[in-house]
Design a protein around this ligand. Structure first.
Ligand SMILES: [Zn+2]
Ligand SMILES: [Zn+2]
Length: 171
């Protein structure tokens, strides 16, 4: 049985900065009794409520928007999601690379690939002469940059003459 005097003493100890362990020692009350009867500090109450609210909110958020359940890190082409932190780093780098697929008419189509779905055929690499970055072109019959590719680059801020320079480095 917990008396008011015990609780008052416990509250006094807690307000004085005693830990729960120290209070149980001094009052003889059990830990669960203290948690049940001792008014919680405002800060602790707030934290507990915030955590509970988040735990309640997240499942419903996911169910409301099922399309986002795949996550922003999923490969847009095959849907693969990295499962380890190390995997994640290379996955991000892979997805940062722009691929240009030339269709039958020679029109480039922009795509992103993770390591799992990257094309393994002939790849033509375009390089910004300043930073070395550039889209990887597949479906090109040769080593030359075709007109549609040059047009695509220029449409994305590149300078193609006299050399290839990306949008970030051409001024
Ligand atoms: Zn993929
Ligand atoms: Zn560049």
């Amino acid at each position: 049985m917990v008396t008011d005097a015990q609780l008052a003493y416990a509250t006094q100890l807690r307000d004085g900065g005693d830990t729960i362990a120290e209070i149980t020692d001094k009052t003889g009350l059990t830990r669960s009794t203290l948690y049940r009867h001792l008014p919680t500090r405002p800060a602790e109450t707030l934290t507990a409520e915030t955590i509970t609210a988040e735990e309640k909110a997240s499942p419903s958020r996911i169910s409301v928007t099922p399309s986002s359940a795949a996550g922003p890190l999923a490969c847009p082409t095959c849907g693969y999601q990295p499962t380890t932190p190390r995997d994640l780093v290379s996955h991000r780098a892979d997805l940062a690379t722009v691929w240009l697929h030339l269709d039958d008419r020679g029109e480039p189509h922009e795509a992103r690939h993770c390591a799992r779905c990257q094309p393994h055929g002939h790849v033509l690499v375009t390089n910004c002469s300043r930073c070395g970055d550039g889209p990887l072109v597949t479906g090109s019959p040769g080593e030359d940059l075709l007109e549609p590719i040059l047009n695509w680059l220029e449409g994305h801020g590149w300078t193609t003459l006299p050399e290839l320079v990306c949008g970030q480095h051409n001024r």
